[in-house]
Design a protein around this ligand. Structure first.
Ligand code: ZN
Ligand code: FE
Length: 259
């Protein structure tokens, strides 16, 4: 049974740990220090390092960890990340035998050119998705290297995962993202309820992730290109009705950039 826990890093990053049988795999170790502290405190043995994309807050600790523990380092083949020993592309699968986990690789370009998400359909009862800076609680990553059409397709590929799937995002951005979601869909009861529940969680010092695909489908404006209220909001920005999902997504993403 794999246990998934977060190591907070920097201001709002989460480094995810997958632990079982005294072994641990780490996702997006932007900083080696908390990972090293965890290994020392727990006695866990590091068995793998996974990177979703090349930004420093996700890979800053890779070199130091890999130097101390020569474990496989999985990461996007399309990105230049020092220390990656197992370059991956979308639709590949790999196993982490020490913790009994099989992961599917989903290519999710947009935030960066080669961004990958890792999906474990058999992790826990619901499955688990490690999506880096692609899908956030009530939001999505900024488009640094990809086009809006690429990001919309990437998010669409995540949206079709089973609704209960737990979504392990790399940042605690949900509360500020929900302020934008409420501006896009001021009439949404689901968004209002989430605003309130997330405010309670944050006030209590708790993380708002993992979230679930189903929660995001109901409240995340960046997955709701088919919702009439989101299409109407996009039309208001564009001055005309959006032609398709990509145009709706693009208008909403542009709005968020200025929000
Ligand atoms: Zn990033
Ligand atoms: Fe990041």
């Amino acid at each position: 049974m794999v246990e998934i826990t977060a190591l907070p890093a920097f201001d709002d990053n989460y480094i995810w740990l997958l632990r079982a049988n005294g072994h641990v795999a780490v996702v997006d170790p932007g900083d080696a220090t908390p990972v090293i502290a965890h290994l020392a405190d727990s006695g866990d043995r590091l068995c793998a390092i996974l990177a979703t994309h090349h930004h420093g807050d996700h890979i800053g600790g890779v070199a130091e960890l890999a130097a101390r523990w020569p474990v496989p380092v999985f990461g996007p083949a399309l990105e230049n990340i020092a220390g990656v020993t197992r370059p991956l592309a979308g639709d590949e699968r790999f196993e982490l035998p020490e913790i009994g986990v099989a992961l599917e690789v989903i290519a999710v370009p947009g935030h960066t050119r080669g961004h990958l998400a890792y999906y474990g359909p058999n992790i826990g009862a619901a499955g688990a998705l490690f999506c880096g800076d692609t899908l956030f609680g009530a939001g999505c990553g900024r488009l640094f290297e990809g086009t809006p059409a690429q990001m919309q397709a990437s998010l669409a590929a995540l949206a079709v995962l089973p609704a209960p799937t737990l979504v392990y995002c790399a940042h605690e951005y949900t509360q500020s993202n929900l302020r934008f979601a409420a501006a896009v869909e001021p009439g949404s009861v689901a968004v209002q309820r989430r605003v309130e529940s997330v405010a309670r969680e944050r006030a209590a010092g708790r993380a708002t992730v993992p979230t679930r695909i189903g929660i995001e489908l109901d409240t995340n404006p960046f997955l709701r290109w088919d919702a009439p209220a989101v299409r109407a909001a996009a039309a208001g920005r564009l001055g005309h009705a959006p032609a398709d999902a990509i145009e709706t997504f693009t208008a909403i993403r542009e709005w968020k950039n200025r929000f």
